[in-house]
Design a protein around this ligand. Structure first.
Ligand SMILES: [Mg+2]
Length: 124
């Protein structure tokens, strides 16, 4: 299954890509929300792992675009952020995020959360 990843931090983007690839996922990684959105529209994806704070189009805006697009509105979305502020998490959930992980995260926890979303929402 293809996972759309968007994070402007090179270190975290590489880490998420490596961890999910090692877990058997096909990863489509992008350095901002706009590029991720363009890729999603062109090539699709089954699930998304999105950083919140990104230039051009942030994770909340990208999530909003995903939830208002008929093709992707039910796609599982896990938000990733270095900010642990409660208001970010609430805003994310209100916009339709399925789960939330705060950086730095444990690699195995990231994989476990993605698997849960895949199983619960996609029925795999
Ligand atoms: Mg960021």
């Amino acid at each position: 299954m293809k996972v759309l990843v968007a994070d402007d931090d090179n270190t975290f983007r590489s880490l998420v890509t490596e961890v999910l690839s090692d877990a058997g996922y096909e990863v489509s990684a992008h350095e901002n929300g706009r590029l991720a959105w363009e890729s999603l529209q062109a090539e699709g994806a089954g699930l998304a792992v999105l950083d919140i704070n990104m230039p051009e189009m942030d994770g909340i805006q990208l999530l909003g675009a995903i939830r208002t697009d008929e093709r992707f509105k039910d796609m599982p979305v896990l938000l990733l952020t270095i900010r642990a502020f409660t208001e970010d998490q609430i805003q994310g959930y209100e916009k339709g995020a399925d789960d939330y992980l705060t950086k730095p995260f444990d690699n195995d926890v990231l994989v476990a959360r993605v698997k849960v979303l895949e199983r619960r929402i996609l029925g795999h």
